[in-house]
Design a protein around this ligand. Structure first.
Ligand SMILES: [Zn+2]
Length: 197
């Protein structure tokens, strides 16, 4: 296993649509292990393959360390994940089948360090995907889990959360995005900037 560098805002791979995984090769298994390790090393709640420079439709999620009770008090926006839902998920070829409701919460992204903004997303979703054994799964997710899934699935389609902000919030982060694109950024984890790609 290896911690992979995270591709930052401005790199082409983040704006490219990832391709479906056809079968479970050794490459894909290694990618999954490396993504989980990279996600943990950078304290992320989720990671999409584009963020480590790979254009396979693979997403890893781990919200098990998030104290949702505490967060609910400090951020009145948080909607908690229902008990019984998994907190760790690996999704291959995820597809959103249904979306219901809407809520706003502040998001961040490992590829856009130190930038945050409120994004409206569905409250409840039904997703289908293949698990790490390549078995087909269907899951109804809500709250934070649904939000992280939607954020990561957007990455697979080349969509970043900053594109979903309202016009005022977009204007407010313009300089920060320019700095990241130019490589003027510091992170605690290894990165690839637009210039280095
Ligand atoms: Zn992200």
């Amino acid at each position: 296993m290896a911690v992979l560098p995270v591709y930052l805002y401005g790199t082409k791979v983040l704006k490219t649509k990832a391709r479906p995984v056809k079968d479970l090769s050794n490459n894909i298994i290694k990618l999954i292990y490396d993504m989980v390790e990279t996600m943990h090393a950078s304290n992320g709640m989720g990671l999409a393959a584009n963020q480590v420079g790979s254009l396979h439709r693979v997403v890893t999620i781990d919200i098990s360390e998030v104290n949702e009770d505490e967060r609910e008090e400090s951020h009145d926006q948080l909607k908690k994940t229902s008990p019984g839902l998994p907190r760790k998920v690996v999704m291959i070829n995820p597809e959103v089948l249904e979306r219901e409701g809407a809520w706003k919460m502040e998001e961040g992204c490992l590829s856009i360090p130190d930038v945050r903004g409120k994004v409206e997303r569905a409250e409840r979703i039904r997703v289908k995907f293949r698990d790490p054994n390549f078995d087909e799964k269907e899951l109804e997710a809500d709250g934070l889990l649904a939000r992280v899934m939607l954020h990561e699935i957007d990455h697979l389609d080349g969509i970043l959360f900053t594109e979903l902000l309202n016009p005022e919030d977009k204007a407010a982060i313009k300089v920060d995005l320019k700095n990241i694109r130019q490589g003027d950024v510091e992170t605690s984890y290894p990165i690839v900037t637009a210039e280095e790609e």
